[in-house]
Design a protein around this ligand. Sequence first.
Ligand code: TYD
Length: 142
Amino acid sequence: MVKKIKVKNASIIKLQFFNDFPDGNLVIGEEKKSVPFPIKRFYFINSLFNKKAIRGLHAHKKLQQIILCINGSFELHLDDGQTKQKILMNDPYTGVYLRAAVWRVMKKFSSDCVILVVASDYYRESDYIRDYQHFLKYIKND
Ligand code: TYD
């Protein structure tokens, strides 16, 4: 897991956790504390058995999200239109906070990978930019 994100509109979020060894870890996210937006939705992705799976391939106009890899690992590729960064997501206590207009691609999932996403708004297809050329134009005019 990287320590610093150089892509615009993206940063690292550390979750509070209690190590209750050998009785497990307790990991917490709270609105206005570790989560800097009102939480409207969460979703998770599991059963990533296809080694060639590629997810994401989009940016959002307004939506804010925190992406967490709560089990296993995957590669998160971020791109703000100028700077690109590959982040190895393998730390369940560290999330990546994405604000608007960050192109993201997720790949190289371990088969035990579980991705948890916390989002600032409900699902709206109109908030997605799914075409990379459109994304580049969108950020120029933003
Ligand atoms: P998408 O966000 O493209 O997934 P990923 O970025 O992980 O590859 O969503 C995949 C499909 O699921 C798409 O058809 C929209 C639908 N969807 C919902 O209906 N609600 C949701 O909250 C999300 C995240 C996706």
